[in-house]
Design a protein around this ligand. Structure first.
Ligand SMILES: Cc1cc2nc3c(=O)[nH]c(=O)nc-3n(C[C@H](O)[C@H](O)[C@H](O)COP(=O)(O)OP(=O)(O)OC[C@H]3O[C@@H](n4cnc5c(N)ncnc54)[C@H](O)[C@@H]3O)c2cc1C
Length: 383
């Protein structure tokens, strides 16, 4: 990338990804069941080497990957991103044994990963999470700074909610309160395989098309070998993961906005009305111009944030928050106006825009709601 434009090789790669999404991944997505994990789709992402890229790419490359897949197949994009979110803590903080056990299967699309941070009582304020890790032997989390007896483990009790890929994932990165300190300082990350006794879950019926559910932990046993990082270091593990993925949530949104924009251009150039086509009407042309301008601004802000991340810039928190905020809000604007300019046909079940209308809403809430991004930006500006 030079200044404001992608290089020829990057453009070519994006074109290949868009073609793969449309020709190879879209048919697999269409065969999946809404709200359920689509294992054939995940296996195809593995075979194509795209899951591997989630773990080896820089931030800009990850953005191009997510944007290009989202353009043609949001289901593939989301399945890929969730593997990254769920497994990045294993890559970054796991032991060699945990990495060897899970990462090859995650990369091949054989093992489904999930990131379990949110709870019914702790969403934006994730540091308030209450899922309790009680040291075995019954010391209780207030005793001995929550530390289990040497070589001992913990029992996890509580609930996680709105967890993507739950309850069908094969393992969960779970953030629990071990009580080394207050709030964020008393949180520990664990890798919990789905077949642990005491772990159950149920799917939730959401507007967003991807799989999502609730998990119940009823004394689930975990030991030192299940730790991801140090006891008390779990909140850092969660935040490092979210920071890495934040610009690329913006890229997902840009991919959807570009798909909606292109569909609108095609539709308004062909739809006949009042003796011409819709695009001849100035009100329509101006609306499309606004959609295109905002999409381009969001795209450039996302690339700039990803570039800053790759360069190790101190501006990453501000730039990433701006990119996620602008891109997700812009995608909502563009998809909504795309629906308006298509008229009734866009609301028919199965239409691209009906699908995007359901997809576009959630990214303004998850991985830091828009208001939370504004708080981060303001804090950085006043620093
Ligand atoms: C489709 C989808 C997938 C998800 N996947 C996952 C997942 O895989 N793993 C996971 O752990 N979680 C996941 N989540 C949960 C998500 O992270 C939370 O929904 C998010 O953190 C917001 O929490 P909340 O919904 O409890 O809203 P709350 O925290 O109750 O906030 C509600 C609203 O209050 C406002 N608000 C909140 N904080 C502030 C603030 N500081 N300043 C101003 N206004 C504020 C915002 O408008 C916000 O939308 C998912 C959610 C959705 C919708």
């Amino acid at each position: 990338m030079t200044g404001f434009a992608l290089g020829a090789e990057q453009e070519e790669w994006c074109g290949q990804l868009r073609a793969l999404a449309a020709d190879r991944l879209r048919p697999l997505a269409d065969q999946g069941e809404p709200g359920r994990v689509n294992r054939p789709l995940l296996a195809a992402l593995g075979e194509l080497g795209l899951l591997e890229r989630v773990f080896t790419s820089g931030a800009l490359e990850l953005c191009l990957l997510r944007e290009s897949l989202a353009y043609g197949c949001t289901e593939a994009e989301t399945a890929l991103a969730l593997q990254g979110l769920g497994a990045h803590p294993v890559l970054a903080s796991g032991t060699p044994e945990q990495r060897a056990r899970w990462l090859p299967h995650v990369r091949a699309g054989r093992a489904v990963a999930a990131f379990a941070l949110s709870e019914p009582g702790a969403g934006s304020d994730a540091a308030a999470l209450a899922l309790e890790a009680v040291p075995e032997g019954g010391a209780g989390r207030s005793g001995a700074e929550g530390a289990p007896a040497a070589g001992g483990g913990w029992r996890l009790s509580g609930e996680k909610c709105w967890i993507s890929n739950a309850p069908e994932a094969d393992f969960y990165t779970v953030f629990a309160r071990t009580g080394e300190g207050p709030a964020a300082r008393g949180v520990t990350a664990f890798l919990v395989p789905a077949d642990r006794p005491g772990l159950s879950g149920e799917p939730l019926d959401m507007l967003s098309p991807h799989p999502i559910g609730r998990l119940t932990f009823d004394g689930v046993p975990v030991g030192p070998r299940d730790l991801l990082g140090q006891p008390g270091g779990g909140f850092r593990v969660a935040m490092d993961t979210l920071n890495r993925f934040r610009p690329s949530v913006g890229a997902f949104a840009v991919g959807m906005a570009r798909a909606a924009l292109d569909a609108t251009l095609a539709h308004t150039a062909a739809r006949r009305a009042f003796g011409g086509v819709l695009g001849d009407l100035q009100a329509v042309g101006h609306r499309v111009a606004e959609m295109a301008t905002r999409t381009e601004a969001a795209r450039l802000l996302v690339y700039a944030a990803a570039g800053a991340y790759d360069a190790g810039s101190p501006e990453v928190p501000r730039r990433s928050a701006m990119a996620k905020l602008l891109a997700t809000e812009t995608a909502q604007y563009v998809v909504d106006h795309a629906v308006q300019l298509h008229g009734a046909v866009a609301l028919q079940r199965g239409h691209l825009l009906e699908h995007l209308y359901r997809e576009v809403r959630a990214p303004r809430i998850y991985e830091g709601a828009s208001e939370v991004q504004r708080t981060i930006i303001a804090k950085e500006l006043y620093r």
